[in-house]
Design a protein around this ligand. Structure first.
Ligand code: NDP
Ligand code: HSE
Length: 434
């Protein structure tokens, strides 16, 4: 056998521990697939004394000096499963500039400053792989950056956050409110102690930025993604969705097409949306992820599987370890970042979709006409109106035809100022179907 591939593992938590286990359990097969054994050179953690169960690894490998480990001459590949922006960025830039291959699951860093990593990889002639950063175990980034490179991707629509999908699926199945469903997700270990990144859509927005960058050959960062979380989705919204033959999902939607001036551009957004039950993403339940890709020649493709968890994520990490190790042995590297298209980002106001608007209004003559007049003034065409009454008040549920987001926002703003409108209970986008 040839010289071993020496690996520095940064982080040994949920994902890192499963990486260690898989490296141990599959050592023989990995060596056969790569053409050289993989050896752990060291494992960087924050707390040396932390109980890590019965990990099959020499305790002497643990260190708190991640940078020192990255810089060691006997390290060929750096696997980063720590997370966050710093110090991970410093470690990975150091590794890449030194020509070491990097495998990372760090979507937050890739979305915040992927440019720093790609530039360092180009500088050092090194591989940068990050399949685990989006949708965990699902092979998705490699299809986007390799298999579909001969095609033009027009749209990527996905459920890329397991925690929020679990919460929304529970709300749909049981009629529970958001708080109750979040409590269940926390008890079952899906939601973290601080669920902000998931429920406010930050995690999905980071993944959307990574997907859009690969799909459209354009650098897209977290700041380019329009983001709304699911904290405002109510049991009443879910019931209303059901009444329309729909459910509500937190979607990431990245699309390309002409903007209002005809310039080819891209739009990337993350927000809850109603989708018809017939849509392929509607049946994606629990904490599963799925991504629906539309390309000019390939047509429609669907990727489905476990988007989170130690073992599924470690599976994607190990796939990348095999790829970069083989590249090292063959003295080649993957094609560098493809960002040649450099398409402009369309503002959210130009995103065109349908809307479900729920209003509490006074129930008297002329109210419906006044409300309809506001929609008409902003050129938002109404598709359906449903009214249910309660004494002097009524709830109006209006579903529109396709309209630009800016027009809908202006409509809602004017509705808010009408004295006959007691409150705007919710505004939800409606995707899929016609
Ligand atoms: P954990 O919080 O479980 O583990 C983080 C690890 O990093 C711990 O071992 C911790 O050390 C170590 N660490 C933290 N700070 C430092 C530091 N300054 N120096 C050295 N080590 C440090 O995170 P996860 O395993 O859940 O996630 C890791 C990465 O994978 C993140 O980028 C995450 O977004 C991504 N990811 C996670 C998924 C999941 O399902 N968990 C799915 C897809 C991606 P110690 O053990 O001593 O505390
Ligand atoms: N918190 C993320 C989720 C982990 O719920 O999907 C996977 O990235």
């Amino acid at each position: 056998m040839t010289t071993p591939v020496r690996l520095a593992l940064l982080g040994c938590g949920t994902v890192g521990q499963e990486v260690v286990r898989l490296l141990h359990e599959q050592a023989t097969d990995l060596a056969a697939r790569i053409g050289a054994p993989v050896e752990l050179a060291g494992i960087a953690v924050r707390r040396l004394g932390r109980d890590r169960g019965d990990l099959p690894v020499d305790p002497a490998l643990f260190t708190t000096d991640a940078l020192g480990l990255v810089k060691r001459d006997d390290v060929d590949v750096v696997v980063e499963v720590v997370g966050g922006i710093e110090p991970a960025r410093t470690w990975l830039v150091e590794a890449l500039r030194a020509g070491k291959s990097v495998v990372t699951a760090n979507k937050a860093l890739l979305a915040e400053d992927g440019a720093a990593l790609h530039d360092a990889a180009a500088e050092g002639g090194a591989d940068l792989y990050y399949e685990a950063s989006v949708a965990g175990a699902i092979p998705l980034l490699r299809p986007l950056r390799e298999s579909l490179h001969g095609d033009t991707i027009t749209r990527v629509t996905g459920i890329v956050n397991g925690t929020t999908n679990f919460i929304l699926s529970a709300m749909d199945a049981t009629g529970a409110g958001f708080a109750e469903a979040l409590e269940e997700a926390t008890e079952l270990g899906y939601a973290e102690a601080d669920p902000t990144a998931d429920v406010e859509g930050f995690d999905a927005a980071a993944k959307a930025a990574i997907l859009a960058s690969l799909a459209f050959h354009t650098r897209v960062g977290a700041a380019d993604v329009y983001r709304e979380g699911i904290t405002e989705v109510t049991a009443a919204d879910m019931a209303s969705a059901k009444g329309m033959g729909c459910t509500i999902k937190l979607l990431c939607i990245a699309s390309r097409g002409p903007d209002s001036t005809g310039t080819e551009s891209i739009s990337v957004r993350v927000h809850p949306a109603m989708i018809p039950l017939s849509h392929p993403l509607a049946s994606v339940g629990d904490a599963f992820n799925a991504v629906f890709v539309e390309a000019e020649a390939a047509g429609q493709l669907m990727f489905y599987g476990r988007g989170a968890g130690g073992a599924p994520t470690a599976s994607a990490v190990l796939g990348d370890v095999v790829a970069v190790s083989r590249n090292r042995l063959a003295r080649v590297r993957q094609a560098s970042e493809s960002a040649y298209a450099d398409l402009p980002i369309r503002p959210m106001g130009e995103a065109v979709t349908r809307y479900h608007v729920s209003l509490d209004v006074a129930d008297r003559a002329g109210v419906l006409a006044a409300v309809a007049g506001v929609f008409a003034r902003h050129d938002v065409s109404i598709a359906t109106v449903r009214q249910s009454g309660r004494n002097d008040d009524a709830t109006l549920v209006i579903v529109t035809h396709m309209a630009p987001d800016a027009a809908l926002a202006a409509t809602v703003e004017e509705l808010r100022r009408l004295d006959i409108v007691r409150s705007i209970a919710s505004v939800l986008r409606v995707e899929g179907g016609s």
